[in-house]
Design a protein around this ligand. Structure first.
Ligand code: 5GP
Ligand code: 5GP
Ligand code: 5GP
Length: 208
């Protein structure tokens, strides 16, 4: 698979639940623009190989250039907020994602196209809506992992991969949702390979 000319086989499009990033032992810091909406946020668009491995930091000469995304900055702040500490305006997170992951997809997407592709995918994969349709809401209740996966699959047509983390009390909770995307950066596909992840069979969907 590594012989493919694109240099990678597919993307993981990764969204994170802010409630689960913030209620762990490490806590979080809201962006300088304020508390993000109670919605999933983008974590990244990650090139991957079919065998489960992945390239990273592929082009040291291609550094993050915010002038290329100045007109989509407001959307990025809304859809791709950074919750790490100290409080930021997003540049550090976006720059990290571009340099670690985005540079490995440069044969397909330049920097501007990379960020635009992620924003378009966020519109296409509206997780909170998919979950709500199935009666699953961020209310600190427990839901079965299967019901969460099914709600998303029923809505978008493809099975997602769910990653969990633990809240400060040690409870397994919905943290990230991965869906797979073709190398064009826009077509959803079945995942060729799944990362290892440990969720309980019942997981919490934290309030935010
Ligand atoms: P963690 O160890 O928290 O799951 O992942 C740490 C970082 O490794 C992620 O933020 C991401 O940059 C990278 N990473 C983890 N798993 C994968 C994967 O399956 N594919 C890719 N492309 N990157 C991954
Ligand atoms: P990865 O390497 O796993 O793709 O990205 C994680 C890196 O981005 C870590 O260094 C983390 O501190 C930083 N980061 C900044 N803001 C966020 C955020 O809101 N969520 C996550 N998961 N990582 C963030
Ligand atoms: P199976 O794939 O046989 O249903 O599950 C095997 C193991 O992987 C179980 O421990 C199950 O909880 C876990 N698992 C299955 N699907 C997912 C998923 O989408 N995300 C995570 N984190 N674990 C999963």
């Amino acid at each position: 698979a590594r012989e493919k000319e694109d240099g990678f086989d597919f993307f993981y499009f990764v969204q994170q639940w802010p409630g689960a990033y913030c209620d762990t032992k490490h806590s979080c810091c809201y962006p300088k623009t304020g508390k993000p909406a109670a919605d999933f946020g983008i974590h990244g668009l990650w090139p991957n190989y079919d065998d489960g491995s992945y390239p990273s930091s592929c082009d040291p000469d291609s550094t993050f250039d915010k002038s290329q995304i100045s007109d989509i900055m407001t959307s990025l702040q809304k859809e791709w907020p950074s919750l790490s500490c100290p409080s930021s305006n997003g540049y550090r997170f976006w720059s990290h994602e571009w340099e670690k992951h985005g540079t490995c997809a440069e044969s397909q997407l330049d920097q501007r196209e990379y960020f635009e592709a992620a924003l378009k995918l966020k519109e296409k994969v509206h997780l909170l809506k998919s979950l709500k349709k199935a009666g699953i809401e961020p209310n600190d209740e427990l839901y079965s992992l299967e019901s969460i996966k099914k709600a998303i699959e029923d809505d978008i047509g493809f099975a997602p991969f769910i990653e969990c983390n633990k809240d400060s009390g040690g409870h397994s909770q919905l943290y990230q949702v991965l869906v797979c995307v073709d190398t064009d950066g826009s077509t959803l596909i079945e995942c060729p390979t799944l990362p290892r992840g440990r969720c309980g069979s019942e997981i919490q969907f934290a309030k935010f």
